[in-house]
Structures are given as C-alpha cells and as structure tokens.
Design a protein. Structure first.
Lengths: 668, 79
C-alpha cells in the first residue's frame, strides 16, 4: 500500500521537466475521456502495490499522467480510495474533473484537494448539458471562489480539450478553509507535508503511522467535512442558478429502471441481451472458432507435430460421431519421431488434415509430456488462456463496461440490494457474482470491490461453491439439455439450496457487520464505445497479466502429478466414494480429478460415460459444487490467505460429495 | 401550516415525500454521507421506495440509493 515516496522523488528530480499529473474526479465525471485524449495509444496498466485496483499511467507532452479510480473524497474507506489517495499524495499537479450538472456533489472533492495544498486546475465537464437543463454556472466567480482555474469542457466535440495544457501550466494552490490551515500548523512544523497533515487531521490512521503522528478522531473528520460541505453550499449559492425544474425529465429512463412496474421488463431485456452476447455469440460461436480451429487444429496441432519430429510419439487420429463419442480411425507410431519416417509422416498429415479429424499426441519422454502433452504447460495452458479464456474474459469485461458506463450497474445493485441483504451482502456484490459466471478466477480478483473483509469472504465462498463458470456451464447445459425438465429442476433447486444454506450460515457465523448500500446513481445514457473498448482492453489485459502465471503453475503441478503417477493414485483413492456413495461408474472418478484442473474438463468427461439421466444429474451437481479450477484456487489463496482459501477448498470437497451423495441415495 | 412535524426514519419514507435529514448515524458512514451531500439539515426527496425498503433519494439533481438497514438509521422529518 505504501508508495515509495523517495523513489518517486528521485525519479522526478532525474528528469527535471517531467511533472506527475494526476487526474482526479468523482465516478462518472468523464475523467477517462480526458485520460484517453492525453494518453493517445500508449498506456501502462499496472496493479498498485498491495492491491489490485489497477492504475493507468501514460505520457503527455513530456509529463507523466496518471488516471485514478473515481472517488467522492480523499480518504481510506475502501481499497480504491486508498490507491487514489496515495497517487494524489505524490502528485505535482492535480487535474480535477467535475460534473457541471452535479457540481454540489463534486465540489467536496475539489475543496478537499485544494485544502491539501496541491496545485489544482478544475475541468468543468458536461458544460454542454447546462444549457439543455437551463442551469447557469458563473465560471469566473467559481474560479475566484476556489482560487484556481476553472475550464468548461464537453466530451462531445472535445470542447475545451485544447485548454488542457493551459490547465496543467496554470495549476495552483487554491483558497483553503481558514480553520484548517490553522490547525495544520503544529503538524507541518514537524515536517509533515500539508496534504498529509490534512488527511491525518481527518483521521487517516495509515498516514498518521507513516509520520508517527497522533491521528485525528472520527469527530474531527466530521467537523472538517461539515465545514467543507457548508462551504460548498455557499459557493453553489453564489455561482449556480437553475431556471427550471426541467432537469428531472432528463433521467426518465433511469427512473423507469427502478420503478416497480417497469424495472422487471427492463431487467429481462438486459438479461436477454447479455445472454445473446455472452451465451450465444461469445461462448458458442467465437469460442468454438478460437478453441477448435485456432487452438486445437492450428496451434496445438502444429506445435505438437513440430515437437513430435524429434521425440518418440504415438498419434491417434479420430473423428467424433453424432453423440460426441470419438472413434479412432488410425493410430500412427513414430518410435524415432516424425522426421525419422518421412513416408508415414506424409500419410499422417494427409489423414489428420481432413475435416473433423482430431489428433491425439502421446509422447513417451516425460519431460516432453510436461511441456507439450495433454496437460502440457505450453500446449494446454496457452490454448486455454488464449483461445478459451481470453474471448470469454473480453466478452465479460465488455458487458461490465457497457453496464457500468450506461449507468445501469448501480441501478441493478440497487434493485438486488434487499435480496443480497439476506445473505449478508449489499447490492454491489452483484458485480463479482455476475463475473463468476464468466470466470471464477476473474471474479475472485473483483471481490476487492467489496466494502468489508466479511463480504469478501462470503462472496468468495459463494463463487467457489455454487457458481459454475462459463466453461463449465456450457458442458452442464449440454448434459442437461437431453435430460428433460425434471433433471433441470432438480439441479437448480439443489444448487439453490446449497447457496441459501451456505450464505445464511456464513452470514450468521462471520463476525462483524456488512457495509450498507450507499450508491450514487449516475444519469443513464448510451455508453461511448471508445471508452468501453478501452476499458475492456485494459481490464482484460490486466487480468491476463495477473492471473495468467497461475494457470501455468497449475498446469505444471498437474503435469508433475501425471508423470509421477500421483494422478492414478488419486483416481483410485476416489473410486470407492464414486461407486458406493454417489452410485456412479468407477471412471467417473476421473471427472473429479480432471475437474480440479479445469472445471469443464471434469464435466466433459461425463459425456463419454453411459449414464442414466439421474446419474448425470447427480454427477453434475457434484461437479458444480466440487473444487474450483486450479487457477481460481491459487488466486483465491492469494486474495483471501492460506487459511480461508484452504478452508473453502476443502469445504467444497466435503459439500460436493455430501450433497451429491444425498441426492444419489434419494433418487438412484 | 399547523407546524406538526412527523419525525421518522428514512426507511418509512414514501415515494414522492419531501423530507429533511435530522440525524445521521455515527461513524465512518456519516462521513461518507456528508461527502455525498447528505448532511443533517439537508433537504431530500424520496423518488422511489423499492420492494423490501431500499430507498432512492434525490438531492438537487443527484440520485442516491440507500440500503434499507442504513435508511433505518437515518432520522428524518417530513415536510
């Protein structure tokens, strides 16, 4: 969490001219438009030390520009604020973007930044909206009252964007609250900088610790906040005039999304659109192409074939029938590698390149197996990451960005708040849970959004226990589709019961209280595609960077288990549980072992078995609750610590077999 | 008017009510409310009450959703 202040200073002194410019603003003020404008193509996404709220950095006319998460004030009430706070503390110049329509909300942050004694310039964004709503803001007077430059801007037509450089050059220390500068003096004598002094007075204990100072109390903070709020009201009273109450009509659609009568149809339409996009376009059409055509037939086939030139290999070439069973057409044996037998190699290429042919390479050398075999670090992990996960992650982040930028997401959180309350969460938990249907690993990282450790624990547990990720969901849906409505109802009600029991129990058992919903509802509108796409790319890239390595480590672990024979030992250990308790064939144990690697592997294994409808249902119930994939597991350990992570992991084992077994004993 | 002021908590507000915040709960949440512009003495309008009691209020041109449990702790008087 701690910014290495010295390091930053040294760097800054090294290049005397380079200033650290930080964009700060409330959520939904259009800050990203300015960042995109200033950054052009080149942007670094990095995770802030200690947290994974990502920060983006770029360069603008020889200076470094930082974007920060949207905040309502500088404090440490959540991870995003802590990150923003530390970047602000190290800033040379602050460009504060405010929403002209919600000036009274946004000026609190502006005044706080000014109180901190940082050079500030204000961009009054959405100034084009003012005319439409008959609001008048006296910009000169506002600038005079604040003591800093105020520049009207609008994202449409990039109005005022040509004055950004002027804003940077003219940034200056504004007019501060008199009371504050007085009480700050003793602290500042002890060489605590002004910005830090203010935060210490406002009760930020982590900053107080850095300077070994006595921290302000919650009462002190309240007094300062109230004084600042009062000053905002005074400023608003003098600079802003509203001619009509017309503004209310502008957000008609936003109102309808929460109206008891219209909210559900709107939600249904949104869900259908999301389903068509993610469930049909991305998971079926796009992933089918990337996974089979690009991943298996192009990437894996060529890499494995190339490696096979130099090492003994046996290749089964097979086709699959209508039921999805594979039928081996021919087996090629290359005891000296493909190169040693050019004639047979040509024949293999001829047959294997026909339509619908699948080639299964079996290497003899264990080292080659680890890297290029079925679970090879290179072959499986790369094709999993690039050809299955990447399209899904991009798809999900795209939908999240659309929902976020349209203003619907906070309304969705509001709508679901009461239901989430029952399980100790607030509406904001909808974000990680929705992402979980895409990828649990991705969702595990997003739990950082939540207000308290308690909420993070509950959501993490729900994700690992009951939410099937998209890869698994596809196989579950395929298995259930032929099984009729009875199986579907049984599956949903069992998983639903586990969800309710688990979350209610956690809510009762975990100490403390969850944070209540307190969320600003921005105007609804159609998102700007450029921003949505940029956000999608940043986040997808950030996720792959952060989680990618764990997929490699997981693959290495499984590869080692395979060549050392541990995998077979596992399978045999599980077998009695599978046959007696779950009443499934012995081979179903494989599905559980594979399920630890990739969740869809586990479920997919069931395709090839001759199972009755109820046996299938028991199997997929067990597989759904069963442990998360290896990458989610590792990321969960990193996020939630060893103790909690392992507890959840073993908990899924016990629950999966317990619940699966009970269902089996009843229905089979 | 007769000067009868009803003192309630925010969760009791109905859609369309205009109200004045009289007392906020203490602690960090109070600071968060003040920052957002909901302070003691401020005028709000309840623009939606969702089934279950989640409240949406309007302050000037801004709309804010407040969870039921928090709304219960905010004292208001109806105008």
């Amino acid at each position: 969490m701690f910014v290495k202040q010295n390091e930053i200073q040294v760097i800054d002194q090294g290049i005397a001219a380079a200033k650290k410019i930080v964009l700060v603003g409330n959520p939904n003020v259009g800050k990203s438009c300015f960042f995109n404008y200033m950054s052009g193509m080149y942007v670094d996404v990095s995770n802030f030390p200690g947290t994974t709220v990502s920060i983006t950095k770029s360069h603008y006319k020889g200076n470094d520009v930082y974007d920060t998460p949207g905040i309502y004030g500088v404090a440490s009430f959540n991870d995003e604020e802590k990150v923003a706070r530390d970047i602000i503390l190290s800033a040379d110049v602050i460009i504060n973007v405010v929403n002209a329509v919600n000036l009274d909300r946004d000026l609190f942050l502006t005044l706080q930044l000014i109180d901190m004694g940082k050079p500030v310039s204000v961009l009054l964004n959405f100034s084009d909206e003012l005319k439409k709503r008959k609001i008048k803001i006296n910009v000169e007077q506002l600038s005079e009252q604040l003591g800093v430059d105020v520049i009207p801007t609008a994202a449409v037509d990039k109005f005022g964007f040509d004055r950004i450089e002027e804003a940077i050059n003219n940034a200056r220390i504004g007019i501060q609250l008199d009371e504050l500068t007085l009480i700050c003096k003793p602290l500042m004598k002890n060489s605590v900088p002004q910005a830090e002094s203010i935060l210490i007075l406002e009760g930020d204990s982590s900053i107080a610790e850095r300077y070994n100072s006595v921290c302000g109390t919650a009462d002190d903070r309240e007094k300062i906040y109230v004084a600042r709020r009062n000053r905002v009201s005074e400023i608003i009273d003098t600079v802003e005039h509203e001619d009509s109450k017309k503004g209310e009509l502008f957000n008609l659609f936003g109102r309808l999304t929460l109206n008891p009568i219209t909210s559900l149809p709107i939600l249904a339409v949104m869900l259908v659109l999301v389903y068509l996009f993610i469930g049909v376009l991305i998971s079926q059409i796009v992933v089918d192409f990337t996974e089979n055509t690009l991943g298996r037939n192009l990437f894996e086939y060529n890499v494995k074939g190339f490696v096979g030139n130099f090492t003994p290999v046996e290749i089964d070439v097979s086709t699959s029938d209508a039921k999805g069973n594979s039928i081996i057409q021919r087996t090629f044996k290359f005891p000296g590698g493909l190169s040693a037998d050019p004639e047979l190699k040509d024949e293999f290429h001829k047959i294997s390149k026909q339509n619908g042919m699948k080639s299964d390479f079996q290497y003899h050398n264990p080292i080659v197996k680890i890297f290029f075999g079925e679970f090879g670090i290179i072959t499986m992990t790369i094709s999993y990451l690039l050809f299955l996960l990447l399209p899904l992650v991009i798809g999900f982040y795209f939908v999240m960005a659309m929902l976020e930028d349209s203003g619907y997401l906070p309304r969705l959180a509001t709508m679901l708040d009461r239901s989430f309350n029952r399980i100790g969460l607030n509406g904001r938990a909808v974000i990680p849970i929705m992402l979980g249907f895409g990828c649990i690993t991705m969702a595990n990282i997003t739990t950082r959004l939540l207000g308290t450790e308690r909420e993070k624990s509950i959501v993490t547990a729900i994700l690992q226990f009951v939410i099937p990720c998209s890869a698994q969901l596809a196989v579950v849906a395929a298995l259930l589709s032929g099984a009729g409505p009875g199986a579907m109802i049984l599956y949903i009600s069992v998983i639903g019961t586990v969800l309710i029991v688990l979350s209610t129990a956690l809510n009762k058992m975990l100490p403390g209280e969850s944070s209540p919903l307190l969320i600003d509802l921005p105007m609804m509108g159609f998102p700007r595609m450029r921003n949505v796409l940029k956000k999608t790319v940043f986040r997808s890239f950030g996720f792959m960077k952060e989680a990618g390595v764990w997929f490699f480590i997981g693959a290495l672990g499984i590869g080692l288990m395979e060549i050392t024979g541990l995998l077979v030992v596992w399978q045999n250990l599980l077998a009695p549980l599978t046959t007696v308790w779950l009443k499934l064939p012995k081979e179903a144990a494989n599905a559980f072992v594979m399920g630890m690697v990739r969740r869809d592997f586990g479920a997919a294994g069931l395709f090839h078995m001759n199972l009755s409808i109820m046996q299938k249902t028991v199997a997929i119930i067990t597989i759904t609750i069963f442990v998360p994939c290896i990458a989610s597991f590792v990321v969960m350990l990193k996020e939630r610590g060893w103790k909690e992570g392992l507890l959840i992991w073993f908990g899924t084992w016990v629950t999966a077999f317990l619940v699966g077994g009970i269902v089996a004993q009843i229905v089979l | 008017m007769t000067g009868v002021i009803k003192v309630l908590t925010l969760d009791k507000a109905k859609k369309g009510n205009s109200l004045t915040v009289t007392k906020l709960p203490t602690g960090e949440i109070k600071s968060q409310l003040i920052r957002l512009g909901i302070g003691e003495g401020d005028l709000l309008k309840c623009i939606e009450r969702l089934p279950g009691g989640t409240i949406v209020v309007q302050k000037n041109r801004q709309e804010i959703a407040i969870g039921f449990d928090l709304a219960k702790k905010i004292k208001i008087s109806l105008r």
